[in-house]
Design a protein around this ligand. Structure first.
Ligand SMILES: Nc1ncnc2c1ncn2[C@@H]1O[C@H](COP(=O)(O)OP(=O)(O)OP(=O)(O)O)[C@@H](O)[C@H]1O
Ligand SMILES: [Mg+2]
Length: 308
């Protein structure tokens, strides 16, 4: 890829603490995030998402490796972070000021101060009606929206969002997702967002990296990760005999009522024929598209994951 990556991690690692209290939060992460996409960083609680984001923002130092943003090492070329807007866990605001005032204060620490732009931003994040209330009285979702407005204040090329839909109600989540996609696809920004929600990544992101216990376990285009494998479920009798037969050509797993095998859709007729020819009664064959959740659970070995 000749285009400069929006973010590049090179053997990035972070260890907290010393001795036996040591926590390896991020380990040997090497990844290039191409510009102009919504890129998802998906992982369970404690996987290392926020730690990685803090290293992008230069809020903490890597123990090993480097992070570059638009080709510049963030530790050596701090000024590159002017092109980055971020919403990191627990954004803090002046609670005794209104949402609008908070943005004004933040804008004054930057290059320009444009009241019309602030009003426009407040409208875009759905805070127009509450802009002049004190932040003290904001709900979690309102603070999250204000955090997003703050992230966009300096019109960044790269927007980094740590769990952006945290605290939002279902309508707010839909709006936020739409908003995030438009940032990349209409306004040409790169969005890097972390999430522990599979559905979120499926609906919002173009590419995804799955992180577990500090390490990247999968990476790719969301639609390709989803469509590359199909699961075939076969209900037949006797099941043992069917399993034995199909094992010759496929990886088969089974429970009491059905067999599950990985196969392409085109293989289905041959599979049914083989069973029927062997005198096995076939009750049902269904195709299940693997979802990102299946990948996630397989990749992280997490057996008790939940649907949201
Ligand atoms: N300042 C710190 N000191 C010690 N350990 C830390 C510190 N920050 C994070 N950790 C540890 O590093 C690991 C990764 O934490 P991190 O906050 O990056 O996870 P996360 O993927 O953002 O999780 P969540 O989905 O819960 O936000 C965890 O084991 C956490 O306890
Ligand atoms: Mg986190």
């Amino acid at each position: 890829m000749s285009e400069t990556a929006a973010i590049e991690f090179d053997c990035l690692g972070k260890v907290f603490g010393r001795g036996h209290k040591q926590v390896r939060a991020v380990h040997n992460v090497t990844l290039a995030i191409p510009p102009g996409l919504v890129y998802g960083f998906l992982g369970p609680n404690g996987a290392g998402k926020t730690t990685t984001i803090r290293m992008i923002m230069s809020l903490i130092r890597p123990t090993s490796g480097t992070v570059s943003v638009f080709g510049k090492d963030v530790l050596r070329r701090h000024d590159i972070l002017k092109r980055v807007g971020s919403l990191v866990e627990d954004a803090t605001f002046y609670t005794f000021l209104s949402g609008r005032k908070n943005l004004e204060v933040l804008a004054r620490t930057g290059d320009e101060f444009n009241p019309a732009r602030i009003a426009d931003l407040l409208g875009r994040v759905g805070l127009a009606d509450d802009a002049d209330r004190k932040v003290k009285g904001y709900s979690t979702g309102m603070k999250q929206r204000l955090g997003l407005a703050a992230a966009l204040l300096n019109d960044p090329d790269l927007v980094i969002l740590d769990e952006p839909t945290n605290g939002l109600d279902p309508a707010g989540i839909q709006e936020m997702r739409h908003f995030i996609r438009s940032l990349a696809h209409t306004h040409g920004k790169t969005v890097f967002l972390s999430s522990h929600l599979l559905t979120e990544v499926e609906q919002v992101c173009d590419r995804v990296a799955i992180i577990d216990q500090g390490e990247i376990v999968r990476e790719g285009v969301v639609s390709e990760l989803l469509s590359s494998k199909l699961e075939l479920r076969v209900e037949a009798n006797p099941l043992d005999k069917a399993a034995e037969l199909l094992q010759e050509h496929h990886a088969v797993t089974r429970n009491d009522t059905w067999l599950s095998l990985e196969a392409a859709r085109e293989a289905t007729p041959a599979i049914i024929k083989r069973l029927v020819d062997a005198g096995i009664a076939v009750y049902e064959v269904s195709i299940r598209r693997q979802t990102l959740e299946d990948y996630f659970l397989a990749a992280t070995g997490n057996k008790d994951g939940h649907h949201d």
